[in-house]
Design a protein around this ligand. Structure first.
Ligand SMILES: [Zn+2]
Length: 323
């Protein structure tokens, strides 16, 4: 439990929560009760009904989705969760020197231009500089779903956090287990890693580097996501839909019986053909080895693809909207 330093209300907080948002007055504060003002949100543009409609529309367009899904799916749960993220603008400047791999070529083949009989690798000293501004995004809670972690946040559309706006949708605003200083430290390290990746595109071995990393504006932003659960047939499926953009972050969906039966049928056929090819290659049918190693390989491949198709047909598919 925690006590709000601004409206005196008691509210739930876990032991790891370091930056708290009071569910009554919406004030972001440290566990010591110091107000944190750089607190933003992305506004909801899809209410509960619109999020559900968007999800069903999207699923209906997926390959093999049952035709009666929109009319037969029954929503069991819907909850709007506000996920915390820390965003930092980091200016990074790296000068480096190192060694790059290079090669010399000898004895071009007479008939093949650009093809050589012999080449020698050697190390060549190189140096350079990268100046970049990175926007670093750090999730404010541990064990966050990977798809929610990486879904795009339109930070240009940010507004100051409004508790009234979250309350309109009964939104649950999560505390952050990361405080400002930790967020800045992580942002600095991630910027250094990004600079390292840039340098390693130019040289294979870094011999010397000098980093000038400046962590600038860092703010907390809450992003609302609709967490939905629905039933189709006798199975339950979960889905996450972005409340600002209607983007389907992740969703499992059922596939129609005919689609699945088709997959299983084709898979079985391929398995059968594969088996025949293997039998011919090994001369199991006693008509002389017609196909040699090639038959064995293509037969084996067909059998594997066939098994995969049968497996896919029998399982429900997890689908995501591509970015
Ligand atoms: Zn309060």
């Amino acid at each position: 439990m925690a006590k709000c330093n601004f409206c005196d209300a008691d509210f739930e907080a876990g032991p790891g929560d370091l930056l708290l948002v009071c569910p009554y007055c919406g004030t972001a504060q440290s566990v010591q009760g110091i107000k944190f003002t750089d607190h933003y949100m992305i506004r909801v543009h899809y209410d509960e009904g619109e999020a559900k409609t968007t999800l069903l529309d999207w699923i209906s367009k997926q390959l093999g989705a049952p035709e009666d899904l929109s009319s037969s799916a029954q929503f069991l749960k819907s909850e709007q969760i506000w996920y915390p993220f820390w965003i930092s603008r980091v200016d990074a400047d790296t000068t480096y020197s190192g060694l790059g791999r290079d090669a010399t070529f000898h004895n071009e083949w007479p008939q093949m231009r650009g093809a050589y009989k012999r080449f020698e690798y050697f190390w060549k000293p190189e140096s350079g500089q990268f100046t970049r501004r990175h926007e670093i995004n750090i999730a404010g809670i541990p064990n966050i779903d990977e798809d929610i972690r990486h879904h795009p946040i339109p930070t240009r559309a940010k507004e100051f956090f409004s508790n009234a706006h979250a309350e309109e949708f009964n939104g649950k605003v999560l505390h952050s287990t990361i405080d400002l200083d930790t967020a800045k430290g992580l942002a600095k390290q991630m910027a250094i890693d990004k600079q390292t990746q840039l340098v390693l595109k130019e040289v294979d071995k870094i011999e010397q580097r000098n980093d000038n990393i400046n962590v600038g504006e860092t703010f907390l932003i809450h992003v609302p996501v609709w967490e939905l659960e629905y039933r189709y047939g006798n199975k339950k499926y979960r889905a996450s839909v972005s409340a600002p953009t209607g983007y389907v972050i992740e969703s499992k969906y059922p596939r129609s019986m005919s689609f699945r039966a088709g997959g299983i049928g084709i898979g079985f056929l391929m398995l059968l053909i594969g088996a025949v090819l293997i039998a011919l290659a090994l001369d199991l049918l006693g008509i002389g080895a017609i196909l040699q190693g090639g038959g064995l390989i293509s037969g084996g491949l067909l059998a594997i693809i066939g098994l995969l198709l049968m497996y896919k047909g029998a399982s429900s598919k997890e689908a995501k909207e591509s970015i």
